[in-house]
Ligand binder design. Structure first.
Ligand SMILES: [Zn+2]
Length: 491
């Protein structure tokens, strides 16, 4: 831990020393630069739109500050974000513990007690964000600007905005003195965007005792899909995700001068092998989660032919026209097969040198139930070249799924139906992955729940340019997250 004055204060608080007066919120430098936003006072849980709007604007102020703490990973510098979150939580009467698994990295843990009659709920967020290239943005990505009805900046959606809705839900419960039947754990971790093993994986491996008793977890990965007018098409809760199986492909050969070609040039071997990999069509597989999701979507499909395909995806996959439709869509294609993307290539640095080794990086994503070793054996067969070796880059984990017959899932359905009696709540599987798998492996039912209604165009900000969230979506999100959290945790 770096002993700036604020981290010293934090260390004292973590060590459980005498209560110090709440320090001012800390900023991107160690100096306290953020004026805490006015807190909306509550006597009971909010009852009307005016109160929710006030809470939404408080959330916007907090999000703006959170975005200004630049946690681009690498290096992440999540310690600064953790110090700020700890200060915000302390104003709500919630003490946190901050762990420093590596210099500058941090995992923050806070637990609000319920009466213990039900097992805890974890609200999980990651503090780090991906790189933003300012030249492609219309504003400074770390300004946290609030303008034109939006909070702008890297992390507004992924996932500082979601974290603020979790934090506000907790704050509302605290301020309104809502009695809880289960503990609520607020867990903000490092290192989700570039996994170096010091974030959620570190918490579950090194401090499993902090989370092991939990029944439920909410984190990123869900989608509330809206059209451009803000009308909500569906509430998507992620219950499962594909699992990464990243591979290194290596070709060995004889080094030499580029002017005298060698028969076993490893770059040539690699290029031939990659050509076979690139044209390999992995088989289509319909998992039960994907089948359920596609069936749910049938309701939204206006075209009668397509509606029939969605309604019976098993049959549709025997119809070449339907297969063309599904595999022509990047998302459906990724949900219906193991996928392969060749993403990296390395040979010689010098144009006139034949290198002894050439390498490629291959991003493979496996569906639930697919055995990594069997997939690897298939790929070796496809490549069919003994000069080529294919090795997994790192650990792989089996894809896992959380059930929908749970109190938490029912709380989401209730919150959605309270807004629209006909709301469609569905379970889009993720082609990517989140930190959920660390917790699903511990037996904690984990759900991707993003509380913001987003049109397709809005969602492009995630890992893209001009990431932003509207204050209207943020206000909706605070209210929705509160309804779900209170729905499953209030007595
Ligand atoms: Zn994220």
């Amino acid at each position: 831990m770096r002993f700036t004055p604020s981290s010293l204060l934090l260390a004292l608080a973590v060590a459980g020393c005498a209560r110090t007066p709440a320090p001012p919120l800390v900023g991107p430098s160690s100096a306290p630069v953020f004026e805490p936003p006015q807190r909306v006072a509550l006597v009971t849980a909010p009852r009307g739109d005016a109160e929710w709007r006030a809470l939404g604007s408080e959330a916007a102020q907090l999000l703006s500050q959170y975005i200004r703490i630049n946690t681009t990973n690498p290096p992440g510098n999540e310690m600064r974000a953790a110090q700020w979150l700890a200060a915000v939580l302390r104003r709500e009467g919630v003490e946190s513990q901050v762990y420093e698994p590596a210099p500058g990295k941090a995992n923050l843990y806070a637990r609000v007690r319920g009466d213990g009659s039900a097992r805890p709920l974890i609200l999980l967020s990651h503090m780090d964000v991906v790189l933003a290239s300012p030249e492609y943005w219309s504003i400074d990505p770390f300004s946290g600007a609030i303008k034109d009805g939006y909070v702008w900046g890297r992390g507004a959606l992924d996932m500082k905005g979601e974290a603020i809705t979790q934090l506000m839900a907790l704050a509302v419960l605290q301020r309104a003195h809502v009695p809880l039947k289960r503990d609520i754990i607020f867990l903000a971790t490092s290192d989700e965007e570039i996994g170096q093993g010091v974030g959620a994986g570190w918490v579950t491996a090194q401090h499993a005792e902090l989370v092991r008793d939990a029944e439920f977890l909410i984190t990123e990965g869900g989608t509330i899909r809206a059209d451009a007018d803000g009308h909500i098409a569906y509430y998507g809760v992620a219950t499962t995700e594909k699992s990464p199986f990243w591979l290194d492909m290596v070709a060995h050969g004889t080094a030499g001068h580029g002017s005298r070609p060698t028969p076993d040039n490893p770059v040539h071997h690699l290029v031939h092998a990659l050509d076979r990999v690139a044209s390999y069509r992995t088989p289509l597989v319909l998992t039960s989660a994907v089948e359920r999701y596609l069936r749910d979507l049938a309701r939204l499909e206006a075209d009668s032919t397509r509606r029939a395909w969605f309604a019976n995806p098993g049959a549709a996959l025997h119809d070449s026209e339907a297969v063309r439709f599904f595999t022509g869509d990047l998302t459906y294609n990724a949900l219906l097969r193991n996928t392969i993307s060749i993403t990296g290539l390395a040979g010689s640095d010098k144009t006139n040198v034949i290198p002894p080794v050439a390498r490629a990086a291959i991003d493979v994503r496996l569906l639930p139930g697919q055995a990594p070793q069997a997939f690897l054996a298939d790929l070796v067969r496809v490549v069919d070249d003994t000069a080529i070796t294919i090795q997994p880059q790192g650990p792989n984990w089996p894809s896992t799924e959380s059930p929908v017959e749970t109190e938490l899932f029912r709380a989401v359905v209730r919150a959605a139906r309270a807004r629209d009696a006909n709301a469609l709540v569905t379970t889009p599987p993720l082609a990517g992955f989140t930190d959920s798998h660390f917790f699903r492996t511990l037996g904690i039912a984990s759900y991707g729940l993003s509380p913001f209604p987003l049109a397709v165009a809005d969602a492009r900000g995630v890992h893209g340019n001009d990431e932003r969230v509207s204050i209207a979506a943020l206000t909706f999100g605070v209210h929705f997250m509160y309804d779900v959290v209170a729905g499953v945790a209030a007595r």
